[in-house]
Design a protein around this ligand. Structure first.
Ligand SMILES: Cc1cc2nc3c(=O)[nH]c(=O)nc-3n(C[C@H](O)[C@H](O)[C@H](O)COP(=O)(O)OP(=O)(O)OC[C@H]3O[C@@H](n4cnc5c(N)ncnc54)[C@H](O)[C@@H]3O)c2cc1C
Length: 279
């Protein structure tokens, strides 16, 4: 344990900023090191996420992706989207070498079935770190298409991969600016024949649209996709509304669980209740 740093529950690692710089116009790359990372281990999933406990005491914590973990150098890299109104974004913008944060263990979701002949990765700014790592770890001979919605052309990144990768950049929408175009872009993309896998990470409402498309319009079975809501646009307004209907939505989930529904069916019921409530 790194001496002098208090470790709040669930955040066993401490990490000291060794460098912080702009990677692209709205992405800040922060690299951490230090003895508090000695026991850190990767989950092995390229979209692995951990909680970053912000200074001064780690009680304010947010989810971020391990963009890179180098066990030889003991160096961990996280890419933070710079956006208005967020404590984590503000911290990353101002982070300087020597500052210390606390971190949780990491875990991820990305699991393409072994027979996947192609992959579609759908991402907004927040999911670019995971996409970068997924592509870096893809073996030669595999095939992936990325549709990434970014704030402006100066947010495009160059990915390194041994796989056969194509990228479509969508500029100027989503990302809290305007409604996302990711769902429309995904449904409009001509899918290759053969079994595939779709990975989506981005804004929560868009994740619901993408999941509905895969599960109910395409009728895919759940092992062929992983769809994650990483953040929520207008979070404060959404929370106010959610608090008014929370009891109702929890009752819908409880009824579905009591009926023995599987987790995907429970999620369908909760999504429908959220939509009825305008959430
Ligand atoms: C598994 C997982 C992995 C993630 N990985 C990353 C990552 O590697 N890099 C990364 O940058 N983010 C990542 N995120 C998203 C990140 O956790 C959220 O964006 C988080 O809300 C940022 O915290 P904050 O303190 O800056 O803003 P908050 O205090 O949470 O929110 C403040 C305000 O900003 C808005 N807001 C929050 N995020 C954004 C955004 N991205 N763009 C525009 N407005 C926003 C909210 O609606 C709210 O109005 C990940 C999330 C998950 C669940």
């Amino acid at each position: 344990m790194f001496e002098g740093v208090a470790h709040p529950d669930g955040l066993p690692y401490s990490a000291t900023v060794s460098s912080a710089r702009h990677l692209t116009a709205h992405m800040r790359r922060v690299t951490f090191e230090g003895p508090g990372l000695a026991a850190f281990t990767s989950s092995g999933r390229p979209d692995e996420r951990l909680l970053v406990g912000l200074p001064p005491d780690g009680s304010d914590r947010r989810s971020y992706t391990v963009r890179r973990w180098d066990p030889q150098r003991g160096e961990l890299t996280v890419d933070f989207v710079v956006h208005a109104g967020g404590n984590a974004a503000r911290w990353a913008e101002q982070a300087t070498p020597g500052e210390t944060v606390t971190l949780s263990a990491a875990s991820g979701w990305y699991t393409p079935p072994a027979d996947s002949e192609w992959q579609l990765l759908l991402s907004d700014m927040t999911a670019l770190p995971a996409v970068g790592r997924i592509l870096e770890e893809l073996p030669a001979g595999s095939r992936a298409h990325v549709i990434a919605e970014i704030i402006e052309p100066a947010d495009e990144q160059r990915f390194v991969s041994s796989a056969d990768v194509t990228v479509t950049w969508l500029h100027g929408h989503g990302n809290g600016l305007t409604p996302s175009m990711l769902h429309a872009a995904a449904t409009g993309w001509s899918r290759p024949t053969g079994p595939g896998y779709v990975w989506f990470a981005g804004e929560a409402r868009t994740s619901r649209e993408v999941r509905r498309w895969l599960r109910h319009e395409l009728g895919w079975s759940p092992e062929r996709y992983d769809v994650m809501g990483y953040w929520r646009a207008h979070q404060e307004e959404w929370t106010r509304r959610y608090e008014q209907v929370q009891t109702e939505i929890e009752a819908v989930a409880d009824r579905a669980l009591a009926a023995g529904d599987d987790l995907d069916t429970v999620r369908d019921a909760v999504d429908a209740a959220m939509e009825r409530a305008g959430l």
